[in-house]
Design a protein around this ligand. Structure first.
Ligand code: NCD
Length: 310
């Protein structure tokens, strides 16, 4: 994976399909024999710059680096950094790059990770830039699909919930549209449909087909994958709209009865109300496995960007 050494990961298409395959092969090797990788990043430091709340992304990055024998440092919440004094992202990242070998940034502004990457001479990873992209969640999602469905083509994928502000959806669609035979079913209230640039990504993909619907039940029986999302409260301009839309979809055992026996249910988490906890025991629910896969995907990514994978 020497090709990835020193690179950044800001948007889902920054790596080619072949480069991604290499990363997923490496992730699978780490999953099988974690002990073989326990010293791969000894002496290396990962910086986590989290200007927005996070559980899975930050913890899985930290766990990934620690399990590779490296160390981590960082802040969580901009009140804990000089951003609170008015420092720009560019200056903060440039400084952090003096101390660390690789950095991951999450920030509420779209495009912030791109700015960070331009200011740092170490690899920078986008851990989510506002309602725009979240490419490492996409690594997690693609790895999960490859493991659970055995392929990354000819899939009927339903994406449900907040498709307007949900950055995981934007990144996943962009990444999946590169593969052949994809059918997307975009399930959302009219006010939360995907932004126009995402529709363009589908059209510009590898001949993917797409349908937009409001009722989940209408498409559920034909899906291979149902990707649920949370309504993104923090991106709404007013509370009233959020309250009106937050429970637009609730996946429960009854609705699962409409789905095929081998459909999988994914969710980037955190879940609020959109998947009833009764679904958790259904073997088709893979969202917690997906969260675990995220750590392995990030271990592979860190090794590849640091050139520590051979
Ligand atoms: C997602 C995010 O931050 O965009 N969470 C995550 O990283 N797993 C999804 C969300 O917050 O709804």
């Amino acid at each position: 994976m020497a090709v990835l050494q020193g690179r950044d990961l800001i948007e889902p298409l920054d790596f080619s399909v072949e480069e991604l395959d290499g990363l997923f092969d490496l992730s699978m090797r780490v999953m099988d024999r974690p002990g073989d990788f326990a010293k791969k990043c000894e002496g290396k430091l990962l910086a986590t710059l989290f200007y927005e709340p996070s559980t899975r992304t930050r913890f899985s990055f930290e766990a990934a680096m620690l399990r590779l024998g490296g160390k981590v440092l960082g802040f969580s919440g901009e009140q804990n950094s000089s951003a609170a004094k008015g420092e720009s992202i560019a200056d903060t990242v440039r400084t952090v790059a003096c101390y660390a070998d690789i950095a991951v940034i999450r920030h509420p502004k779209e495009g912030s990770a791109r700015v960070a990457a331009a200011s740092a001479d170490v690899p920078v990873i986008n851990g989510g830039d506002g309602g725009h992209h979240h490419p490492t969640q996409t690594l997690t999602d693609l790895l999960t699909i490859r493991k659970e469905k055995g392929r990354l083509r000819n899939l009927r994928v339903g994406l449900c919930g907040d498709l307007k502000f949900g950055r995981t959806v934007h990144s996943l669609i962009k990444a999946l549209a590169r593969y052949e035979g994809m059918e997307f079913y975009l399930i959302s209230p009219e006010e939360l449909t995907v932004p126009e640039y995402v529709r363009k990504d589908i059209k510009g993909g590898n001949g993917s087909r797409c349908a937009e619907v409001e009722r989940m039940q209408d498409v559920l029986p034909r899906l291979d994958i149902l990707y649920m999302t949370r309504v993104q409260k923090e991106r709404f301009f007013n509370e009233e709209d959020y309250v009106r839309l937050k429970d637009s979809y609730i996946l429960d055992a009854e609705k699962m009865g409409l789905a095929s026996a081998d459909m999988i249910v994914m969710h980037p988490l955190p879940r609020v109300n959109e998947i009833s906890t009764e679904v958790d025991a259904d073997p088709r629910a893979v969202y917690f496995k997906q969260a675990k896969n995220g750590m392995y995907a990030r271990m592979a990514l860190i090794m590849a960007l640091l050139g520590a994978d051979n």
